[in-house]
Ligand binder design. Structure first.
Ligand SMILES: Cc1ncc(COP(=O)(O)O)c(C=O)c1O
Length: 418
């Protein structure tokens, strides 16, 4: 498709992609295109929008903050929205997490986490460098994020830039022991700096769910070997899995936690990496070489911080958990009809995330099935971006039962010739 636009879109092969809708307005769970079409946002615009698009209290807080602050350098300076947000984040997370480092995307939150882990070991005199990660993991598209993520078509061209990582098998149901044994073995073989995980569900890897008990056991093994546990809650945070953070369900406290996406309700880019005191303390020295050398120009943007503060207030003052529970129930009921439907397999759900796999011969990411499914839904004014043959829904919490049941009807109507 030849386009006159100079814009190069993410994860988009322009040579084969069809028309790209231009969205001119958003509201609730809906995107409104320039041609007047209204498209239901069944994936919360890449998992960021939590309460709904242009959620009023958040938009109001942004407007108010623009009357006071714009960007302020964050090295050697601070400002009330960042200070207040850090305090509130510390208050809503386990008490062991004591420090907050700001950045601006999920990927950079992960880079910061990896750098904190290496800095901790270096400055503590042990110099551990080896990182462990799960197979099928996704942690972002920066070099560190790609390195700890699953290797494949997405990052093959950049392979020379990526560092080696120890890979643990995904804890498939019934085979969890393999993962735990592999973790224990890897920790015995050589000094390990950190294990990074997406708690309870691997998102871009195919919405693969594993048990809280496995996460708890992974945390225990890490603790036993003195290995830092990094919880990448970039996707799972802010209620997606049914609780505010996924780690809560396993009753664990990571050494380092990454939050982004729903941190601002999805309205503005912002990320935080929280860590335990020992990690901050390892960098705390009169020796300036132990400074945590990471920054980006927009660190702790005050307007984004104000949006995040408004989001936290929404969580405190509105029945968000009830909305999430209601949404989860809609999924549970709707998914039931697909459990005996032989066109689908692996029907699954975690909180507000529902997924099922279409049975196909070729399910790889580059197989034609993903784009065909995408077109199927878009033709029905629904934004659903399958991961290969995995169809998943992760809608904003304001989505109604009727809106969702329309998407489930569209799934039921699938007669993709494969
Ligand atoms: C678990 C996880 N980590 C990191 C990222 C990267 O976040 P961002 O796209 O904001 O860089 C994502 C994005 O989907 C993610 O799901």
């Amino acid at each position: 498709m030849i386009s006159s636009s100079p814009v190069w879109h993410p994860f988009t092969q322009h040579a084969v992609h069809g028309e790209i809708p231009s969205i001119v307005r958003t509201g609730g769970a809906w995107l409104e295109a320039a041609d007047g079409r209204r498209i239901f946002d069944a994936i919360s615009s890449w998992w960021v929008i939590t309460h709904g698009h242009r959620y009023r209290p958040i938009m109001q807080a942004i407007r108010a903050e623009t009357e006071r602050l714009d960007q302020v350098i964050f090295a050697g300076f601070t400002h009330p929205p960042a200070e207040e947000l850090a305090r509130q984040l510390i208050a809503i997370t386990p008490s062991e997490l004591t420090h907050v480092f700001f950045s601006d995307s999920g990927s950079t939150a992960v880079e910061v986490a990896l750098k904190m882990a290496l800095g901790f070991w270096l400055h503590s005199g042990e110099g551990r460098r080896h990182i462990l990660a799960l197979e099928r993991a996704y942690h972002g598209d920066t070099i560190g994020g790609m390195s700890v993520g699953q290797r494949g078509v997405f990052n093959a061209p950049y392979d020379p830039l990526l560092f080696d990582v120890g890979r643990l098998p995904f804890p498939h149901q019934g085979r969890e022991r393999e993962t735990l044994d592999a973790l224990d073995q890897a920790c015995r073989e050589r000094p390990v700096a950190a294990l990074i995980v997406e708690p309870l569900i691997l998102g871009a890897g195919g919405m693969l769910i594993y048990q809280p008990t496995v996460l708890a056991e992974m945390a225990r093994i890490c603790r036993h070997h003195g290995v830092l546990l990094i919880a990448d809650e970039v996707m799972t945070g802010w209620g997606r899995t049914g609780t505010l953070f996924a780690c809560e369900q396993a009753g664990i406290v990571p050494d380092i936690a990454c939050y982004s996406k729903g941190l601002t309700g999805g309205v503005l880019p912002l990320a935080v990496t929280l860590c335990q005191r020992a990690i901050f303390d390892a960098h705390y020295a009169e020796d300036r070489r132990k400074t945590f050398f990471h920054s980006s120009s927009y660190t702790a943007n005050p307007i984004a911080c104000a949006a995040a503060l408004a989001n936290l207030k929404v969580w405190r003052s509105e029945p968000v958990r009830e909305r999430i529970a209601a949404l989860a129930e809609v999924h549970t009921k709707a998914l039931d009809r697909f459990r005996d439907d032989r066109r689908f397999e692996n029907v699954r759900q975690l909180g507000t995330i529902a997924a099922l796999d279409l049975v196909v011969n070729d399910s790889g990411y580059l197989a034609d099935i993903g784009p065909r499914l995408y077109r199927h839904f878009l033709a029905r004014d629904m934004l659903v971006r399958p991961l290969g043959n995995t169809i998943y829904l992760m809608p904003p919490y304001c989505s109604t039962a009727d809106e969702l049941s329309a998407v489930y009807e569209a799934i039921a109507a699938l007669d993709v010739d494969h």
